[in-house]
Design a protein around this ligand. Structure first.
Ligand code: IMP
Length: 407
């Protein structure tokens, strides 16, 4: 029996999913994205070469894997085109192995304008990629979907209706510049080759893979605390980043998800605004930011850093039915003298448990038994608290800098 695996973030994104998905997808038949858009940024390092993927599943780097962008994703055609071109230059082949669901809602230039002007007032700290407004139109049943490119006559009508609506918002509510309907139409049809080459009925595609007992990997973007329902609302993204999003974002029942790998950093980070109870403003925070190179892969913004929050991690494990924990960036803690984890909240203040730092290098260690005892004590405390074992521990950015346990 082949196994289908979900990989998702348990914090505010940037947990290092790209590397883990890349590691796991070597022997996977189909790798799928099910939510989000090009707000995500998955950094993968292979043979010293860095690749940042925003939309295309990381499986594309393994020539035997197929890749699908599912209906739950909001799609910016220009971003997709750019990413495909960049990968093609590096010799990546897309023919008959890359697919995009006809039911993906498109991100238009007007969505980007609305997102950016609104964020100046609402200060969520969005990535400014038009994600929120595109999901609003999807839910309001007025979105343009990739499949609409199959009938340019009807498409023109739909674009006119939608862009006129956006223009009313931009002009009357946000006092911003409007967009020319024909220009937006031209921006969409410019990428008709993407429709011709890659658009599929993704329900059929998934059904065929499941039926043939092929293995599937579901690649989450962002993280549990950014989920539209379960995150730190309203400081969240506009999609279902948690396990439930797989079923709606791809059209596959939960029964077909066999293994759920939840990823957490060995500490916490967050980009953008919103609550962060264990945030650090002292030297330890600066050290985490520096050693962890904590800058957003999509926007380059510095990430806020803090201690690991076990209260929220335990909740995230439950919400997602996590079967396997993955701890990333353990080596970032190598030089920290006292490491803390939050084990309780009292009047919105964190109560910490303290650990002596191991003060030696864990970088690149591949055997659990070779980790310093103090690092193992830290990991085992986390496992006991959240009642889930850590089967993957990452000790550096490269594929091979990974400890695999009990798998
Ligand atoms: P949006 O997804 O652009 O609407 O942004 C909403 C919130 O999600 C902001 O706080 C962003 O910083 C955050 N966000 C979106 N995508 C990512 C990501 O891939 N990593 C981390 N934070 C993200």
């Amino acid at each position: 029996m082949s196994q289908n695996t979900l990989v998702l973030g348990l914090q505010w994104g940037d947990e290092g999913k790209g590397k883990i998905v890349d590691n796991l997808s070597q022997d996977i038949d189909l790798v799928c994205r099910f939510q989000g858009g090009h707000n995500a940024g998955h950094t993968i390092k292979v043979n010293g070469e860095k690749t940042i993927l925003h939309l295309i599943p990381s499986g594309i780097l393994h020539k035997n894997s197929h890749c699908l962008i599912g209906n739950g994703v909001v799609l910016a055609l220009d971003a997709l085109d750019k990413e495909i071109k960049q990968l093609k230059i590096r010799g990546v082949d897309f023919k008959k192995r890359f697919f995009v669901s006809s039911a993906c809602s498109l991100i238009l230039p007007t969505h980007i304008s609305i997102d950016q002007i609104r964020d100046k007032k609402e200060s969520i700290g969005t990535t400014g990629r038009g994600i929120g407004p595109a999901y609003e139109d999807k839910i309001a049943r007025r979105a343009i979907r990739l499949g609409d490119l199959g009938d340019t006559y009807k498409l023109q009508e739909k674009v006119e209706l939608l862009v006129n609506y956006h223009n009313r918002l931009l002009k009357n509510v946000y006092k911003d510049r409007t967009h020319d309907v024909n220009e937006v139409f031209g921006e969409i049809t410019k990428y008709i080759h993407l429709y011709d080459e890659f658009c599929v009925d993704s329900q059929d595609l998934i059904y065929n893979f499941v039926n043939k007992n092929k293995s599937i990997l579901f690649e989450g973007a962002q993280g549990t605390l950014l989920d539209i329902d379960h995150g730190t609302y309203p400081y969240v993204t506009s999609s279902s980043t948690t396990a439930g999003g797989v079923s709606t974002g791809l059209g596959i029942g939960p029964r077909f998800i066999d293994k759920i790998i939840g990823i957490t950093k060995a500490y916490s980070t967050r980009v953008g605004e919103g609550p962060f109870i264990t945030e650090l403003f002292d030297q330890s925070g600066q050290l985490l930011a520096k050693r962890g190179n904590e800058f957003g892969a999509t926007t380059g913004r510095p990430r806020r850093c803090g201690w690991l929050d076990l209260v929220s991690l335990k909740k995230a494990v439950f919400i997602n039915s996590v079967t396997d924990l993955c701890i990333t960036k353990l080596d970032v803690l190598d030089e920290i003298e006292i490491i803390k984890v939050c084990i309780e909240y009292s009047n919105n203040e964190p109560i910490y448990m303290e650990f002596d730092g191991w003060l030696s290098s864990t970088e690149g260690i591949t055997e659990y038994s070779n980790l310093p005892l103090k690092a193992r004590t830290y990991i085992e405390y986390i496992e006991d608290y959240i009642e889930c074992s850590a089967s993957i521990i990452s000790t550096g950015p490269s594929r091979e800098q990974t400890i695999l346990r009990n798998t």
